[in-house]
Design a protein around this ligand. Structure first.
Ligand code: NAD
Length: 261
């Protein structure tokens, strides 16, 4: 399949590790030039060097996407360094494991900024160009929590639904400009982010074996996903072939989500 992605320009947020890295890596493998960010400069540069080995241009900048000024500057620099933009993959670190009673107002505000406003702000930055060129792909990495709440992930369960509402609305506004807007909703994927959740549960007394066994038993495919499992869908949604898919939220969860639709 020719994805048509060779020499397209993609900005992938929070891409030094985990799902963001896998998305960027798979886009690079298709010949996309990349702009990536993450907070830790050393890890980010290591990742950027790996991508450059695919022969694509890579602009990398250590940025906290929760900082509006830094995010705006990164988006502007990315567009300048890449000479434009075609694809935006939004992503950030995930909120902590908490029940409602463990939450507080300050954290609600912080995770609203990280989970929702980074998506709003980064889309605002690319929109004028995407509209002008009458071609664009916006793909938001959300979570299976938008389809069914995950136990003790209250911030994710509540705030990510705003991203889904935003994307669906934007798909209507931006369809006439040949811009698609979709969400991918990962189930459990083996990343440092997932390891943090495991650690928290182990501190509360569970064993690693029991945590993984319980997840794997609930997943029809009987395994935890690898970051590349999600990246395959992201590449497809970015491709020419996916030009008629917009406003969708697609889970990649080994069949975990129990609903029919
Ligand atoms: P991860 O912790 O393994 O990687 C996160 C990446 O984002 C790293 O590169 C990190 O440096 C970067 N990052 C984190 N916060 C940032 C910030 N404020 N500014 C810039 N960069 C930042 O996480 P992951 O497992 O790859 O998850 C990515 C997203 O997908 C998270 O929002 C997570 O909640 C969500 N998610 C993950 C899973 C899973 O099973 N891994 C499932 C559902 C949803």
């Amino acid at each position: 399949m020719d994805t048509g992605l060779k020499d397209k320009k993609a900005i992938v947020l929070a891409a030094s590790k985990g799902l963001g890295k896998a998305a960027a890596q798979s886009l690079a493998a298709e010949g996309c030039h990349l702009a990536i960010c993450a907070r830790n400069e050393e890890q980010l540069n290591k990742t950027a060097d790996q991508f450059k080995a695919s022969g694509v241009d890579v602009f990398a900048s250590a940025v906290d996407v929760a900082n509006p000024g830094a995010l705006k500057q990164f988006m502007e620099q990315s567009i300048e360094r890449l000479g434009g933009v075609d694809i935006l993959v939004t992503n950030a670190g995930g909120p902590p494991v908490k029940s409602f009673e463990e939450t507080n107002e300050e954290e609600w505000r912080y995770w609203y900024e990280v989970t929702f406003m980074t998506v709003v702000r980064s889309i605002k930055s690319v929109l004028p160009l995407l509209k002008k060129q009458n071609w664009g792909r916006i793909i938001n990495i959300t979570s299976i929590s938008v389809k069914a709440p995950v136990e003790r992930l209250i911030y994710s369960n509540a705030l990510r639904l705003a991203v889904v509402g935003l994307a669906k609305t934007l798909s209507i506004e931006l369809g006439p400009f040949n811009i698609t807007v979709n969400n991918v909703a990962p189930g459990y994927h083996l990343t440092d982010g997932l390891e943090r959740i495991v650690k928290k549960r182990m501190e509360a007394g569970e064993t690693r074996e029991d945590i993984f066994a319980a997840w794997e038993n609930k997943i029809p495919m009987r395994r935890i996903g690898q970051p590349g499992d999600l990246a395959g869908l992201i590449v497809f949604l970015a491709s020419e072939q996916a030009g008629y898919i917009t406003g969708a939220t697609i889970q990649v969860d080994g069949g975990l989500y129990p609903g029919t639709l």
